[in-house]
Ligand binder design. Structure first.
Ligand SMILES: O=C(O)C(=O)C[C@]1(C(=O)O)C=C[C@@H](O)C=C1
Length: 355
């Protein structure tokens, strides 16, 4: 694998990020390297251990992945050279993975055996009970494949809880929840739990990798549940694969592009504003409107400067062309006049229509 690119991703194997990495980088030219945390992926790319990194950015049901936004905000100045160079979408179908409870052999008709097997009685209706605050609760779109009354503890990535709310509230209300670094890490932990009373929200592939039983399938609230992943790289790093140098990745040659890639590309920028200055954020956003740059996402995270002070992330249609030309460069110059601490985070080809 001499000369192959190293692609770091949020692992272990069988995470949804792994699926995104396989979609974006298949073939023998790529060596895929699972890492434990999203920050490890940023670090691997920042220190050039990896040529590219794949990280979750946003889920269509549950919103932004705040760990990733915070790494782009980079308050500790650990990842100053990271930019985005691509994106990938993965349809996320969650499963509940664990161990099917085996019936106790009824060799004798003792009350202990009857009690133990009572837990294997038919599955509950799963209808969420209406309450005063929620008179019309969302009903889960699926029910368990087997009895799950023995499940006491759940493991998953924090994003997954918010994607499976109705199933969890209908069937697993009393179970303790533990956040872990990814859904595949959750499956790994459940596989090593000998009590058999834990379960993971994870993928069907993770069930196969860890020889776990699928206790329920398709437990996400919405059938269109999709996660968007970003591909990151280090700016000004030599990419050895084709022996070529990209001096300014994220800034592209677009000589024949009449509309700055507004139909084909997206870009990401972050900035802060003077919070004492009324209208400062409005003026910053007006710059994008003035140059016809359509915003596709807007996020904020604590800036680390002072409490209730934010760093803003704006994603918009269009790409930044080399040579200071074009609408995006013009907007960035004007943004520098009204915003503070502006950081360019890259342009990449939009993949939304190619899912
Ligand atoms: O835990 C994983 O498998 C991941 O790849 C992370 C992640 C996320 O952070 O959004 C990816 C997809 C799902 O939305 C849930 C978790």
């Amino acid at each position: 694998m001499e000369g192959a690119w190293t692609i770091a991703f949020l692992g272990p194997k069988a995470s949804y990020t792994h699926q995104a990495a396989l979609n974006a980088f298949s073939g023998s030219n790529f060596h895929l390297e699972p890492l434990i945390a999203i920050e490890d992926v940023f670090e691997a790319v920042q220190c050039s251990h990896a040529n590219r990194g794949v990280v979750p950015f946003e889920n269509s049901t549950n919103g932004s992945v705040v760990q990733t936004l915070d790494l782009f905000a980079d308050l500790q100045k650990r990842n100053p050279d990271i930019i985005v160079c691509g994106e990938a979408y993965v349809g996320v179908r969650h499963c509940l993975l664990g161990h099917v409870k085996k019936p106790v052999p009824a060799s004798t008709f003792s009350s202990a055996v009857i009690e133990a097997n009572d837990d294997l009685s038919p599955i509950s209706s799963g209808r969420a009970t209406p309450t005063l605050t929620m008179p019309d609760p969302l009903q889960p779109k699926t029910q368990p494949l087997t009895n799950i009354k023995h499940v006491r503890k759940l493991y998953s990535h924090p994003q997954a809880w918010g994607q499976c709310k109705s199933f969890l509230s209908a069937y697993l209300k009393g179970s303790e929840r533990q956040d872990v670094s990814s859904t595949s890490r959750a499956a790994e932990l459940v596989a090593s739990d000998e009590s058999g009373t834990s379960a993971a929200i994870s993928s069907e592939i993770a069930a196969r990798v860890h020889s776990l039983d699928i206790l329920a399938q398709g437990i996400e609230d919405r059938p269109d549940n999709t996660t968007r992943f970003l591909i990151i790289m280090r700016r000004s790093s030599p990419d050895s694969r084709h022996g070529e140098m990209h001096d300014t990745p994220g800034i592209q040659d677009c000589p024949d592009d009449q509309n700055d890639g507004m139909d084909t590309h997206k870009s990401l920028v972050s900035f802060t504003v003077d919070h004492e200055d009324a209208g400062a954020l409005t003026r910053a956003l007006a710059v994008f409107q003035k140059h016809g740059l359509n915003l596709t996402s807007f996020n904020s995270r604590p800036s680390g400067i002072a409490p209730w002070n934010y760093i803003f992330f704006v994603e918009f249609k269009g790409r930044r062309c080399g040579g200071g030309e074009g609408a995006v460069n013009a907007a960035l110059r004007e943004l520098d006049e009204v915003a503070r601490g502006r950081r360019w985070l890259g342009s990449w080809e939009s993949n939304l229509d190619r899912r």
